[in-house]
Design a protein around this ligand. Structure first.
Ligand code: NAD
Ligand code: UPG
Length: 437
């Protein structure tokens, strides 16, 4: 098939590359001319494990093209995916302007039947709005489909190539057939393609993200309780996770959920509920808990330094909102850095992939170390904000030799408390009895 993907960010680039990998001709459109130039010349613009190889192959075999021109991009397309940003507006609702502006533009330039697919995360009712925006000026028949994306950054290629399910919201038989054919190669293992109406598809996406965020906030509250009652959250997590009805995944406590999806999508669903005259009580609590959780380590750090962080220097490992990505949107590390600087401390940071993105946002207010161990030089303590694999079995001799105090504050529970005790560290984590010096 001939496919166009409008918006070539984390979702658009993965979507376009994976559809090219199954033999389709894909043109990706983006307004960012610099991005298009880089991608056209074979330079990948995001860090996503496994993507580069597929990207290079499909570019070389001429199944993958990039352009800034929507007209040129959609000329021969049978299916047009919209993978555009839907950031939170001032009131928390998803800002649909990117999606609706492109839809209106499409209406003016489409000359034959096309299936327009909302891949962006959009509130219930958006398919109708997109249809209306296109129809204003459109002279040909078309169908609008809601096809939310469930990929996770860091494992996006795997998630896209082998999805748990594909959700396709449309009542048009013609569009169902086109979408079914397009996705057939991705569900050969028998995972379902779920056809439904547009509104149910749109709500499915928000319900999935909000449920997962609820699991995390629930565990973060259990972690708080564990510390107060002297229980160990790792044991409780394993204890409840082995019940199939609960499941093992997404039960890891930490310093809050971040990223470009959970925070904005939970907020957007709360706003949609309000607009429908319903107060979504659980999700308000989920957001509250997450807000507090981002700075969960701060009181522990302050207490260790007798409430005076002025002039103290901290090493911080991990900036990305989660491992295996360079994405720093809503990363808990950024909140910790801001709080430490506000207390008069200085900070050195290290992250395997996200340093350049942080430099763009935080600038020279912090020190960017070349290596995880040089980051520790002259530091009063180490803080861990992201669970990159390279941090899991570090050289503790090097850590001890560099740190002024043998103190580690771990927001991701990377190490066994008993081992840290043996090694002589003051070690505080989330929901476990600390090793106190
Ligand atoms: N990032 C994820 O893991 C993920 C997963 C599932 C769903 N989503 C949803 O997918 C959507 C896109 O998210 P993302 O993370 O890929 O965003 P992103 O910011 O990484 O990418 C969006 C791209 O759209 C481009 N763009 C903006 N306006 C444009 C226009 N008028 N024409 C062409 N291109 C334009 C931007 O330049 C950018 O490259 C959002 O709704 C998000 O909630 C994201
Ligand atoms: O047990 C857990 C699991 C995750 N997290 C945190 O939750 C956030 C989100 O993690 P994850 O879901 O793995 O990453 P995303 O790439 O944001 O993916 C989510 O958001 C995407 C965008 O909507 C969806 O497509 C995915 O299905 C959904 O998992 C991160 O800050 C994680 O650190 C925890 O704190 N504990």
């Amino acid at each position: 098939m001939k496919i166009t993907v409008v918006g070539t960010g984390y979702v658009g680039l993965v979507t376009g590359t994976c559809f090219a990998e199954t033999g389709n001709d894909v043109t990706c459109v983006d307004i960012d001319a610099n991005k298009v130039k880089k991608l056209s010349s074979g330079q990948i613009t995001i860090y996503e494990p496994g993507l580069e190889k597929l990207f290079e192959r499909n570019l070389k075999e001429e199944r993958l093209f990039f352009t800034t021109s929507l007209e040129e991009g959609i000329k021969d397309a049978e299916v047009i995916f919209l993978a555009l940003p839907t950031p939170p507006g001032a009131d928390g609702a998803a800002d649909l302007s990117f999606v609706l502006n492109v839809a209106a533009h499409l209406g003016k330039i489409m000359t034959d039947y096309k299936v327009i697919v909302d891949k962006s995360t959009v509130p219930v009712g958006t398919a109708e709005k997109v249809t209306a925006a296109i129809a204003q000026n459109c002279k040909t028949p078309f169908d609008v489909v809601s096809n939310p994306e469930f990929l996770r950054e860091g494992v996006a290629v795997d998630d896209f190539m082998k999805p748990d399910r594909v959700v396709i919201g449309t009542m048009s038989e013609r569009a169902r057939k086109v979408m079914g054919e397009l996705y057939a190669p991705f569900v050969r293992q028998g995972n379902p393609i779920l056809f439904m109406d547009e509104k149910s598809a749109e709500l499915t996406k928000y319900a999935a993200n909000s449920f997962l965020a609820t699991k995390i906030s629930f565990m973060n509250e259990i972690a708080v309780l564990c510390e107060k009652l002297g229980a160990d959250v790792d044991m409780v997590r394993k204890g409840i996770g082995s019940d199939d009805r609960i499941g093992k995944r997404f039960l890891f406590p930490g310093i809050g959920y971040g990223g470009s999806c959970f925070p904005k999508d939970v907020q957007a669903l709360v706003k949609s509920s309000q607009d429908a005259q319903y107060e979504f009580k659980i999700l308000n609590a989920v957001m509250d808990v997450n807000e507090n959780q981002k700075l969960f380590l701060l009181p522990k750090i302050k207490s260790f330094f007798k409430n005076d962080l002025k002039g103290k220097h901290f090493a911080l490992w991990g900036l990305a909102f989660k491992p295996n990505t360079d994405d720093i949107r809503e990363a808990p590390a950024l909140y910790i850095i801001e709080a430490l600087l506000a207390e008069g401390a200085t900070v050195s940071v290290f992250d395997p992939e996200a340093m350049a993105n942080v430099k763009q946002v935080v600038g020279d207010k912090i020190i960017y170390a070349e290596h995880q161990y040089t980051c520790l030089e002259n530091a009063d303590a180490l803080i861990i904000a992201t669970e990159w694999s390279v941090f899991r079995t570090p050289d503790f001799h090097k850590i001890s030799a560099s740190l002024k105090n043998q103190a580690i504050f771990d927001g991701r529970n990377l190490f066994e408390v008993s081992r840290m005790k043996e090694l002589g560290y003051h070690y505080e984590s989330v929901g476990r009895i600390p090793a106190i010096l």
